[in-house]
Design a protein around this ligand. Structure first.
Ligand code: ADP
Length: 411
C-alpha cells in the first residue's frame, strides 16, 4: 500500500513515498527548496539512486506539490504509474492546539482548526494548509491525514503546561505550553523501548531532538509528561538561531532600549540568537565545532552554553520522572556529534551508574507519519475496528459544522 508523506515548511516542501506494507524504507523522496524565490531547487532520490539536484520555477506551495507530482509520475525518474495507487496522504502539521491529541482524517472542520491555529504558528500552519489543499485537489477522494507536532505532548498535566500568568489568559488566548517535535520524540521513544527490550508502557525516557530547532521531552510509559518548547518553538534549549529560555523582562528592556517593535524583537530572538547570536559566526554546529577547535572564544561559549542547557534539562527531567531507563539523542547534532553526547554522559555519571542507558537513535518522523496515515486509511477502507462508530461521529461532526457555519453566517 502506497502512502505519500508531505511536509511543508515555510519555504520548502518535502515528500516521501512509502510502500508501507513492505517495511520502513521509502521508495522515493525529495524536497523543493527556496519556494517563492527566483530560482527554486528540487532535490530527489528515487529507486535507490543517488540524490539529484535541479533548478525549478516554483512560486508557492501549490507549485511545489505540482512539481512533486510530476517528479513522482515522471517516465524516467518516477516511481508512480498512476496517482490512484496512492492510498493515503499524511501531512505534517506543526500546530494542532488543544484540539488534537492524535493524528486525524482531514475534514473541512479540521482545516478550519488548522487555520485557527495559524495565529500560533504563522510560519508553519499556512504552508501546511496550502499543501493539504493542493493534495486534496490533485488526489481527489484519497484520504488525507494530519499528523500534528503538538499532539504527542497533549498528555502533559495542567500544572506542567500552564504558565504563571493570569489563568484567564490561558482560557482567552490559549497561552500555555504546547511543545513541538512530537512525532520525533514519539518515534525515538518507541525505538528506545525496542532497544531496551521492554514494552513502551514500562520505560521512562528523556529524549533530546537536537537539529536546527532543539527540544527535549520527559516521557513516562510512552506518554509525554514535559517538554522544553512551549507556547511556540522558541522556548527551552539554545538552538541554531533561537535563544531558548530567557527572562521575559529582557524582551521589554530591549524593546525600550533598542527601540524595537514586536516583529523586530521576534526576529532577534528567533533568527539572530542561539548559536549564531552568541558565536557571531554561524547557526551551523559544524562551523561552531571548527571555530572552537581553532580557539575562537565566542564559538566555545556558544558550544558550552548549548551543552550546559541540555545537561540542565536532563537533570530536571530526571527529577520529574524519578527514574530514567534511557537518555536518547536524535536529529542532526544529536546523531552526528559524538563529542556532545560523550561529554554529557561523562558529566552525568550518576545516571549511567544507576543503569540509565545513553542511546543515539536516528529519527524518522516521515515513517511515523506514514504509519499513522496507513492505520487511519486501513480503518476507513477495510472497516477496521470502530470505523462504523467513527463514520457516524464524522457524519455528526459534519452536520454540527454546517449548522455552526450557518449560524455564523446568520449573525
Ligand atoms: P532540521 O532541524 O532542519 O531537520 P537537522 O536535524 O538536519 O536539522 O540538524 C541540523 C544541525 O545538525 C545543524 O546544526 C548541523 O550543523 C548539524 N549537523 C549535521 N551534520 C553534522 C555533522 N556531521 N557534524 C556536526 N553537526 C552536524
Amino acid at each position: 500500500m502506497l502512502i505519500l508523506v508531505i511536509n511543508c515548511g515555510s519555504s520548502s516542501a518535502k515528500y516521501d513515498l512509502f510502500d508501507i506494507t513492505k517495511g520502513s524504507s521509502d521508495i522515493g523522496r525529495g524536497v523543493v527548496e527556496r519556494i517563492g524565490e527566483e530560482v527554486s531547487i528540487l532535490r530527489y532520490t528515487s529507486k535507490g539512486n543517488p540524490e539529484v539536484e535541479t533548478e525549478v520555477r516554483c512560486f508557492d506551495h501549490h507549485g511545489a506539490i505540482e512539481i512533486i507530482k510530476e517528479t513522482l509520475m515522471d517516465k524516467e525518474i518516477g516511481v508512480l504509474n498512476d496517482l490512484k495507487d496512492v492510498a493515503g496522504v499524511g501531512h505534517r502539521v506543526v500546530h494542532g492546539g488543544e484540539e488534537f491529541n492524535k493524528s486525524t482524517t482531514i475534514t473541512d472542520e479540521v482545516i478550519e482548526s488548522i487555520e485557527k491555529f495559524s495565529e500560533l504558528a504563522p510560519l508553519h500552519n499556512p504552508p501546511s494548509l496550502e499543501g493539504i489543499r493542493s493534495c486534496m485537489k490533485i488526489l481527489e477522494g484519497v484520504p488525507q491525514v494530519a499528523v500534528f507536532d503538538t499532539a504527542f505532548h497533549q498528555t502533559m498535566e495542567e500544572r506542567t503546561f500552564c504558565y504563571g500568568v493570569p489563568y484567564e489568559l490561558y482560557k482567552k488566548y490559549g497561552i500555555r505550553r504546547y511543545g513541538f517535535h512530537g512525532t520525533s520524540h514519539r518515534f525515538v521513544s518507541l525505538k528506545a523501548a525496542e532497544v531496551l527490550g521492554k514494552p513502551v508502557s514500562d520505560v521512562n525516557v528523556i529524549t533530546a531532538h537536537l537539529g536546527n530547532g532543539c527540544s527535549m521531552a520527559a516521557i513516562r510509559g510512552g506518554k509525554s509528561v514535559d517538554t522544553s518548547m512551549g507556547f511556540t518553538p522558541l522556548e527551552g534549549l539554545l538552538m541554531g538561531t533561537r535563544s531558548g529560555d530567557i527572562d521575559p523582562a529582557v524582551v521589554t528592556f530591549l524593546m525600550q532600549r533598542e527601540n524595537l517593535g514586536p516583529e523586530e524583537i521576534n526576529d532577534l530572538l528567533n533568527k539572530k540568537s542561539g548559536l549564531l547570536g552568541v558565536s557571531g559566526i554561524s547557526n551551523d554546529m559544524r562551523d561552531i565545532l571548527k571555530a572552537r577547535k581553532e580557539g575562537n572564544k565566542r564559538a566555545k561559549l556558544a558550544y558550552d552554553m548549548f551543552v550546559y542547557r541540555i545537561k540542565k534539562y536532563i537533570g530536571a527531567y530526571t527529577a520529574v520522572l524519578g527514574s530514567v531507563d534511557a537518555v536518547v539523542f536524535t536529529a542532526g547534532i544529536g546523531e552526528k556529534v559524538a563529542e556532545i553526547r560523550d561529554s554529557i554522559e561523562k558529566d552525568l555519571r550518576f545516571l549511567s551508574a544507576g543503569g540509565t542507558e545513553f542511546l543515539t537513535i536516528s529519527t524518522n518522523e516521515e515513517f511515523l507519519i506514514a504509519q499513522d496515515t496507513y492505520k487511519i486509511v486501513n480503518d476507513i477502507t477495510n472497516g477496521g475496528e470502530g470505523s462504523a462508530i467513527k463514520g457516524i461521529a464524522a457524519w455528526i461532526n459534519k452536520i454540527k459544522f454546517l449548522i455552526r457555519k450557518k449560524q455564523n453566517k446568520d449573525k
